[in-house]
Design a protein around this ligand. Structure first.
Ligand code: KDG
Ligand code: MG
Length: 404
């Protein structure tokens, strides 16, 4: 029953924002799709795939998914990091897609079948001030949301992560250089508890609230924040410190009972191992695309399961509808899957990537199409070519660079 890969093509497009898409075709005419988007570094992954990996895929058996993963990971000698792992992730997703199409089964069925009725999600509510945020929260509640990430402006700061004056927040700016913003940690730490108090008072106890600090605080600042927001009973507080200093999480953990989530910039199980094994986090946030695809994410989730940690994967607008599909199929079939971030997409993105997955009433469904159930409208993708875009750069008030 073996087949053979005949072609692997890379499509770089920008239907409102940049995406890198991999398309693998087999001798039997089965087409598998993968997402390889690394926000702000798209062309590096496109080159890694097109120049170094696509030629090696030709003639391989697409059914040897784990073997191809090991061949690309160990066989390259150079390993880990977002570019390598997104490239491998895209191939892995495309191969699971091909396997599902060959078997005429949705990928969640290949992963063991459903363990839940639907995949819970959270969306992003933001407002420049508290009244605007409360209006945004209302809009989420009206759509049936039960989990909402809340981000607000901070008095004295003219740009803040997660907040936009535009109703459609998109952090990557289409410009030749990154935009810059200044961050005052004290002003932020003073303001966030007031914001969360107002939202909690509005929504009552039955709605779950999340907040993303986006890697900006020192361990002491992070511990202060985690402790001061305890009364508002967060579902999670995300990325309180830069992810590299993992021991910092122990300091935060010891200071408070606020659940902690981290890992959207992690790329392998080895990046997650210390935090999971030491139970320093409640949710691991690796994205299926940036952590080596379905095959490697399954291992991360299995390690997490042993240590009482749940999956809460990254799902902003830069995770394409293909990678989101892979994540939803995993969410439907993984017991310790906690929640899927779903930021949503511009209409043009839904049109460019027609998909079987669906969102309604606060939950996602994978759909029953074979494979991942996502297609591409190639005409639409080529009508919207790549446009240079960067994530912002943050600086402290004294002008020194800070993690964005
Ligand atoms: O590309 C970076 C964004 O995806 C990231 O800033 C979004 O932190 C993020 C989140 O939690 O969605
Ligand atoms: Mg985040």
């Amino acid at each position: 029953m073996s087949d053979r890969i005949v072609k692997a093509e890379v499509l770089v497009s920008s239907p409102t924002r940049n995406f890198v898409t991999l398309r693998i075709t087999t001798a039997d005419g089965i087409v598998g799709l993968g997402d390889a988007t690394v926000n702000g570094r798209e062309l590096a992954v496109a080159s890694y795939l097109a120049d170094h990996v696509a030629p090696l895929l030709v003639d391989l058996d697409p059914g040897r998914i784990e073997d191809i993963w090991q061949y690309l990971y160990r066989g390259a000698y150079w390993r880990r990091g977002p570019v390598t792992m997104a490239a491998i992730g895209a191939i892995d997703m495309a191969l699971w897609d091909i396997l599902g199409k060959r078997a005429n089964l949705p990928v969640y069925q290949l992963l063991g079948g459903r363990v839940r009725d639907a995949v819970p999600t959270y969306g992003h509510a933001f407002g420049w001030d508290i009244p605007a945020l409360l209006d945004a929260v209302d809009a989420h509640l009206a759509k049936g949301a039960k989990h909402i990430r809340v981000q607000s402006g901070v008095p004295g700061l003219d740009k803040v992560y997660g907040v936009s004056k535009d109703p459609n927040y998109e952090p990557a700016g289409r410009a030749a250089r990154p935009s810059e913003e200044r961050f005052d940690a004290d002003a932020y730490i003073r303001h966030v508890p007031k914001v969360l108090a107002a939202v909690r008072e509005k929504v009552g106890d039955d709605v779950h609230l999340l907040h993303d600090a986006h890697h900006r605080l020192t361990p002491t600042q992070a511990a202060r924040l985690a402790k001061s927001v305890e009364p508002f009973n967060l579902f999670w507080l995300e990325d309180v410190t830069p992810a590299e200093d993992q021991e910092a999480m122990r300091f935060v953990r010891n200071a408070s009972t606020t659940p902690l989530a981290i890992g959207e910039v992690f790329n392998t199980i080895w990046d997650c191992q210390y935090l999971i094994e030491n139970r320093l986090i409640d949710y691991i946030r690796t994205a299926v695309v940036h952590a080596g695809g379905i095959s490697h994410s399954r291992k991360i989730y299995a390690l997490a399961e042993v240590h009482g940690v749940k999956a809460g994967p990254h799902g902003p607008s830069d995770i394409s509808p293909i990678a989101l599909a892979a994540s939803i199929h995993m969410g439907a079939s993984t017991h310790n899957f906690g929640i899927q971030e779903y930021m949503g997409y511009a209409d043009l993105v839904h049109e460019a990537f027609p998909h079987a997955w669906s969102y309604d009433d606060g939950v996602l469904q994978p759909g029953d199409a074979p494979g991942l159930g996502v297609d591409i409208d190639e005409g639409l993708l080529s009508a919207h070519p790549y446009t240079t875009a960067y994530l912002p750069v943050a600086r402290r008030m004294d002008g020194s660079v800070l993690d964005w």
